[in-house]
Design a protein around this ligand. Structure first.
Ligand SMILES: Nc1ncnc2c1ncn2[C@@H]1O[C@H](COP(=O)(O)OP(=O)(O)OP(=O)(O)O)[C@@H](O)[C@H]1O
Ligand SMILES: [Mg+2]
Length: 264
């Protein structure tokens, strides 16, 4: 157990609940509703690698490269500098009309994998961190392909000495994963959630799975702080009223089942 090599997520408290970090070489799914912190966690992960001298590859499908650079800057990370030094490659899969060497011309899995391997070769030997933000973009019009695509990415990149975070979104209406399938293929799942309580948006994070390791099983409230980034605040203590049905509803259910019994 202790001989597993782990790498820091860039968030101290998250490393702690993962008993030291993400096992090197893992593919971890980062899932959750919009605006919950997935991209910001990915930025922490890349920035931490850069700090430790590990190169990074960031594939962005929902935001432009400039948007990613600006967001990183708000937390004190100079991605432009890292790019200039040849330590970071941001593959832009959004602005396909403004093409350069690191833009994806088509949103296909084969093209994605090809571009990632090209980036890894450019960065050179050794371990690198990879973020694919998000995978959902590749199966938007064909959600049934989620598992196959995630598996294809994992298998094709297996030998390239990468530790991978891949994000996927949840449908707002149903809370269903667009990418169910990615969760089974991934070695770990970090799940973000959000609730509005007393008129205030609150965000949470839970490690739903991390193979080969013990990890904290609680849901943690998180905060996103300008200039600092994502912080874990405290584990959630559920009160009974958070999950129990209202008395009125319980009484109605009991009455209905009594009626049913009378019928027999
Ligand atoms: N500089 C900042 N200071 C404080 N909070 C910020 C800052 N920048 C972003 N946020 C918060 O973080 C949220 C965005 O988080 P993030 O981009 O990680 O979400 P996401 O889960 O990737 O969403 P999506 O699925 O839409 O990509 C914003 O809605 C905002 O509330
Ligand atoms: Mg995002």
């Amino acid at each position: 157990m202790n001989d597993i090599e782990r790498i820091s997520t860039g968030i101290e408290e998250l490393d702690k609940i993962l008993k030291g970090g993400i096992p090197k070489g893992f593919v971890v799914a980062v899932t959750g509703e919009p605006g919950t912190g997935k991209t910001i966690l990915c930025l922490h992960f890349i920035a931490r690698g850069l700090r430790d001298g590990e190169p990074g590859i960031y594939v962005t499908t929902e935001e432009s490269r400039e948007s990613i650079i600006r967001q990183a800057e708000q937390f004190g990370w100079d991605f432009l500098e890292a790019m200039a030094q040849g330590k970071l490659i941001i593959i832009d899969a959004l602005l396909r009309e403004q093409r350069d060497e690191w833009s994806l011309s088509r949103l296909t899995i084969d093209e994605l994998i090809g571009m990632i391997i090209k980036a890894k070769k450019t960065l050179g030997y050794g371990h690198a961190r990879l973020v694919i933000d998000s995978m959902s973009a590749f199966w938007l019009d064909k959600p049934a392909m989620a598992r196959k695509y995630a598996y294809q990415v994992k298998r094709s990149l297996y030998k390239w000495n990468l530790t991978i975070l891949m994000t996927s979104q949840y449908a707002i209406t149903t809370s269903d994963a667009f990418g169910f399938g990615i969760e089974h293929v991934a070695d770990g799942i970090i799940r973000f959630r959000r609730f509005v309580r007393n008129g205030e948006l609150r965000r949470f994070l839970i490690v739903e799975k991390m193979r080969q390791t013990e990890h904290d099983l609680r849901m943690w409230e998180i905060k996103i702080i300008n200039g600092i980034g994502l912080k874990l605040v405290k584990p959630v203590e559920f009160r009974r009223e958070d999950f129990a049905l209202p008395r009125r509803v319980i009484e109605r259910i009991l009455r209905a089942s009594e009626e049913k019994e009378k019928e027999f």
